[in-house]
Design a protein around this ligand. Structure first.
Ligand code: COI
Length: 378
């Protein structure tokens, strides 16, 4: 079909930068503000498919002001991280998941699909070239941002006949400016992040543009991030740009770990999937996550703010946290809901009895301290 196309990684043309920069000290990094020396780009045309991949110096893109990305939001992206071990070994975390999702996003906005393996191979080449940009400090990594935009200069609403897939890299530390601390959320009921049949389950730029006003409103009320509450029953859907997890005390010393199901209005997060898989393996006894002492049941089910509020009042709320690639695990200590503040338990270090061991185990895999097939050599 028009959209099927194979990217040929072996044809890549590499132009090293003549003016490489010195990476700044990691402690000065603001999330997503610093970029490495190189980028990857692969053009696509409907008549000829994917063109020659290029790794070249990071630079502005030449685009027509009529390019469809500027008018109709033909823009989709991914986020994944590369880690550098003390030995110098560099790894990526589950890049296949990002490539799969990127193709799903592309289909949703009638943009070209591609063979993810080739882009993984090309990203590895890019990362190897900029390897010295990956901070080694715990909690730091290289955030990789694959992006696809519609570049055809045309104002008619149609699938763009020209597109560009590019990848840029940014050395990062904590996602939130206040560091790795619990955050206060503002329960958003006046805006909707997603609707059934809409685009909320896809990683499209348009989702994020529509979310910024809600985030700004939360900030004006003195909260760090907003909590998306969907529909008349205030279903918990996402925490800003992260998936949401809630833990409840159940009978017989059991803790229920809950996240909303992928029912069409939830972004299928890679960290979400990873936390679910680890927690389920632990619950089933096939994996022993150190320090995770609670007896667990793991549920993908709808959960409302009314349920969370009732549990908080009964002392049955164990914890509440967001998960995403950027922040990994982000505990919550307070939720503003209909004019009241709900206090959420957190441990002395800000994390809880589930989030702490899960975060430790997950970051152990990501940084190579725990050997696991999710971590892929670069
Ligand atoms: C996440 O990793 O949580 C994201 O959604 C990426 C964010 C920078 C938009």
């Amino acid at each position: 079909t028009l959209h099927d196309g194979q990217i040929q990684a072996s044809l890549v043309e590499v132009t090293p930068s003549k003016d490489p920069k010195t990476p700044p000290p990691p402690s000065t990094l603001v999330f997503g503000h610093t970029f490495t020396d190189h980028m990857l780009s692969i053009p696509w045309r409907a008549d000829s498919g994917w063109g020659t991949p290029k790794i070249q110096p990071y630079a502005p893109l030449p685009l027509s002001p009529s390019a469809t990305v500027f008018h109709y939001a033909h823009c989709l992206f991914e986020g994944l991280k590369a880690y550098r071990e003390p030995s110098g070994k560099v790894t990526l975390f589950r890049p296949d998941m990002n490539m799969k999702r990127m193709n799903t996003s592309a289909e949703r906005v009638a943009m070209p699909t591609f063979n993810g393996d080739a882009v993984i191979e090309l990203m590895k080449q890019l990362i190897r070239l900029d390897k010295h940009w990956i901070p080694e400090e715990p909690g730091y990594s290289l955030y990789i941002r694959p992006t696809m935009i519609g570049t055809q200069p045309a104002l008619g609403i149609a699938p763009p006949k020209e597109a560009l897939l590019f990848v840029i890299c940014s050395p990062v530390g904590p996602y939130y400016p206040q560091g790795f601390k619990p955050v206060a959320l503002y329960g958003t009921t006046e805006y909707t992040r997603a609707s059934h049949g809409g685009i909320g389950a896809y990683k499209l730029g348009a989702n994020y543009a529509a979310g910024v006003a809600a985030q700004k409103a939360a900030a004006l009320q003195g909260y760090v991030q907003n909590l998306w509450l969907h529909g008349p029953q205030h279903h918990i859907t996402e925490v800003g740009t992260m998936n949401a997890f809630v833990a409840f005390k159940r009978d017989n010393g059991v803790t229920e770990l809950v996240t909303p199901p992928l029912d069409g209005i939830i972004l299928p997060g890679v960290t979400r999937d990873s936390v679910l898989a680890l927690a389920r393996d632990h619950a089933a006894g096939v994996l022993k996550i150190p320090e995770l002492t609670d007896k667990l049941v793991v549920s993908e089910r709808p959960v409302t703010m009314i349920e969370v509020k009732a549990a908080a009042q009964l002392g049955e709320l164990v914890e509440f946290f967001g998960v995403g690639t950027a922040a990994v695990v982000s505990p919550v200590d307070r939720i503003g809901y209909l004019g009241e503040d709900l206090h959420i338990p957190t441990g002395p270090d800000g994390m809880g009895p589930l989030s702490r061991p899960l975060w430790k185990y997950l970051t152990g895999i990501q940084t190579g301290a725990i050997v696991h097939p999710w971590s892929v050599d670069v």
